[in-house]
Design a protein around this ligand. Structure first.
Ligand code: ZN
Ligand code: ZN
Length: 746
């Protein structure tokens, strides 16, 4: 026998170079591939070293293959997690006439479980019955495992019940399966049966029960199981502790959390990365940020899991700045941050008004070579919508298309919302129409989009189609619907839906619904009815409700009710300058100048400052932020020049700036100057000088648009021949040919 062949018959498998040497030697003497046995052995060796291509080539040339090389290669494929090729090879093995045996069938079942594929699993099950090997204990445990992985608990139970010889492994798998599927009673019953049948539970059985209860959302049972396990003298390892801490976080029970934390310190487990992340996560969910940060800082070595838990915890407790800081520190420390770290930081920014930061992070993420996923995109899109970053939103759309995640219901709904907020209501609808599955969030996004664009009829049509599609509306649906009716002056429809939401859908009307109703009645001039509605409210009216009444009073110049509403508002939100300005405007319109003076004095004495106006405009893929009166934009001199020119033209054509909207003690000329500094006008001017003529402009404003800017932009749309879309806090204004879609009511 040659030296090469000797390797093949040694007990220990030879190394890969040795295998390759043997292969070369066997080729030279002509043994491979013409002798079946040595070739099959060589194939098994290649399979063992996961050299699957080499093994596959040998399999093709084996003169008379038998099941052995097939089994070897199938096992190797499964170990390499190549489940579909493993099953394909298994199927070609069967087609060559080899029956499945008790060695290869459990391997094929393992592949089914991993995929998971219930139909193939069932076929394999019938195959075992036909082949007469269905009583084999290995096959049966593999079947139980496969059915559980495929969520077919009843099938698993059937196989399990027929098994004569149940090992602790099979019992544990079955118990864990029941617990994971939320069958609490059955899991506990089986646990008892296992003991009476003489099989004692081990650590894996206990952990399976506990992990399963936690996964299926049974925190109480998880903690109880942990207590029982501990009292029976079993060790609490990292698996047990992480799951229990996660249950504690769901229960928000700081007391139990601290007890477990104490145990963790005693057992020296805090350096374990999964225990550390679970501790950080649990303190974060219980709102104990100080403890959370302390635990994290005390453990020197950190891994990406605990870093993610810290970022999520800070974000959850509205500590966005700290979360962003922590993220940057981790990056600087060279910790290999993953898609979860990036995604939760993007989410943290977009949920806390840091939209520009969210977009920047998303760019950095891609530059760092981290692929966004179906969770990242819905976290990013609200930021695009908030500041109308249409190009960036579109690129996220393209990305979803390429990655095949466009059909994800969360991605789709977020895209609908983004396009609507960026002024592209038709694109929003096109996405909505192609969505294969829709949930209440998707419908609400589309209805809210129509409401924002003042398209009340479309909002109502979609609402009717929502009901035809058996989608139950929720309280948010009605907020959009009522706001659409109120903006469009559809008083009767609004009143009908207000009754419908309470009577047909048993939704308790919230302050937001009342605020819409007050606007609706107010717009129709029914101010006394609006006031009556507020007095009859089941919930305490808030600033939005009184604010709606005050705004309506401004339109109809009703001083009596305006004073009542303003009085409430001054108590509820003394810092909100808009309320003083509104009341002052009403006094001014009625010629009650002492009232105007009083308002100005109050504002001066209280030091009330207007929230700085801020607008965004996207130009060539780049979002520009403009602050009222801010001189820092690099093109400010050109912007000012443009506004100056426009203002000359406006005056020449008989337009006079209204100074009603400036409540400051300044000279007339300065007032005009301050109006020039309003952020929406700066943004429009920047758009005019930076884009070719005729290009539509899209501006977002953080406050309600003021009357002067509204009039000025109407003029600009006509004079410059541009479509200008301005989204303020309330709605969209589409300016075209000197008119606005809101019909001057907002
Ligand atoms: Zn303005
Ligand atoms: Zn308008």
């Amino acid at each position: 026998m040659t030296a090469a062949l000797q390797f093949l018959f040694q007990r220990l498998p030879p190394s890969l170079p040795q295998t390759q040497q043997a292969h070369a030697a066997l080729l030279k003497c002509g043994t491979v591939p013409f002798d079946t046995r040595p070739t099959a052995n060589l194939l098994a060796l290649y399979a063992h070293h996961i050299r699957l291509a080499d093994a596959a080539v040998l399999l093709r040339f084996i003169p008379r293959p038998d099941p052995f090389p097939f089994s070897a290669l199938i096992s190797a494929l499964v170990s390499a997690r190549l489940f579909s090729p493993a099953l394909a090879l298994f199927s070609s093995m069967l087609s060559l006439g080899f029956p499945p045996d008790p060695f290869v069938l459990p391997v094929a079942l393992k592949a089914c479980a991993a995929l998971p594929s219930l139909p193939i699993g069932r076929q394999l099950h019938s195959l075992s019955l036909v082949a007469g090997i269905s009583a084999d204990p290995f096959i049966n445990s593999a079947l139980v495992h496969m059915y559980l992985k495929c969520r077919a608990v009843a099938d698993a139970q059937l196989v399990f019940d027929r098994m004569t010889d149940k090992s602790v492994v099979t019992w544990s798998a079955m118990i864990a399966g029941c617990a994971t599927h939320g069958r609490v009673g059955e899991a506990l019953q089986m646990f008892k049966q296992m003991r009476t049948s003489g099989v004692q539970p081990n650590q894996i059985t206990w952990n399976g029960l506990l992990v399963g209860f936690n996964r299926s959302g049974h925190p109480q049972e998880t903690v109880l199981t942990m207590r029982r396990m501990h009292s029976e003298g079993f060790e609490m390892d990292e698996v047990c502790i992480s799951s229990t801490l996660s249950a504690v976080a769901d229960m928000e029970s700081v007391a139990i959390g601290s007890q477990i934390h104490g145990y963790v310190i005693k057992a020296g487990l805090e350096v374990n990365s999964s225990v550390l992340s679970a501790l950080v996560d649990s303190y974060g969910k219980c709102g104990r940020t100080e403890e959370m940060v302390r635990v994290f800082d005390e453990v020197g070595s950190v891994d990406v899991g605990s870093c993610n838990a810290l970022i999520a915890g800070l974000s959850r407790n509205s500590r966005a700045d700290d979360a962003l800081k922590a993220f940057k520190e981790f990056k600087a420390q060279g910790i290999e941050l993953n898609v979860v770290s990036w995604t939760s930081t993007v989410a943290c920014c977009s949920q806390n008004g840091k939209d520009m930061e969210a977009l920047e992070l998303f760019r950095e993420m891609q530059a760092a070579g981290v692929d966004p996923n179906a969770v990242t995109i819905p976290c990013l899109l609200p930021a695009c919508g908030n500041i109308a970053a249409l190009m960036q939103g579109k690129s996220a759309h393209c990305f979803s298309l390429r990655k095949g995640i466009l059909m994800d219901v969360y991605v789709g709904s977020a895209l609908v919302d983004m396009y609507a907020k960026c002024g592209r209501i038709k694109d929003a609808r096109a996405i909505f129409d192609t969505m294969k599955t829709r949930n209440v969030v998707s419908w609400n996004a589309m209805i809210a989009g129509y409401a924002m664009h003042g398209k009340a009829k479309d909002a109502i049509d979609l609402f009717l189609s929502m009901k035809r599609n058996m989608q139950k509306p929720d309280s948010i649906t009605f907020i959009s619907l009522l706001s659409a009716c109120s903006q469009a002056g559809l008083t009767e429809e609004g009143e009908r839906y207000f009754i419908e939401l309470q009577q047909e859908h048993s939704i308790i009307a919230r302050v937001e619904h009342y605020a819409c109703m007050v606007s609706l009645l107010g717009r129709a001039g029914r101010l006394n009815e609006a006031y009556d509605l507020i007095r009859k409210m089941q919930v305490e009216p808030d600033g939005c409700v009184w604010g709606a009444l005050l705004s309506s009073c401004r339109v109809h110049n009703n001083v009596r009710l305006a004073e009542i509403a303003a009085e409430k508002l001054f108590q509820l939100e003394p810092e909100n300058a808009g309320n003083y300005v509104l009341l002052s405007n009403i006094y001014a319109a009625k010629g009650m100048l002492d009232g105007v003076d009083r308002m100005r004095d109050i504002m001066k004495n209280m030091g009330v400052k207007k929230e700085p106006g801020c607008s965004w405009i996207e130009i060539k893929n780049m979002v520009h932020m403009l602050l009222a009166g801010d001189k820092s934009h690099p093109q400010m001199s050109q912007i000012a020049e443009k506004l100056e020119k426009l203002s000359v033209e406006m005056k020449r054509l008989g337009y006079h700036p209204s100074t009603d909207f400036v409540l400051q003690d300044v000279e007339e000329q300065d007032k005009e100057h301050i109006l020039c500094g309003h952020s929406e006008k700066l943004a429009v001017a920047l758009g005019l000088i930076s884009t070719p003529s005729g290009t539509p402009l899209r501006v977002i404003k953080n406050l309600r648009i003021c009357g002067d800017c509204h009039a000025a932009i109407k003029f600009i749309s006509n004079f410059e021949g541009r479509e200008i879309h301005v989204r303020d806090t309330n709605r969209f204004h589409h300016f075209k040919d000197g008119h606005c879609s809101c019909g001057d009511y907002w």
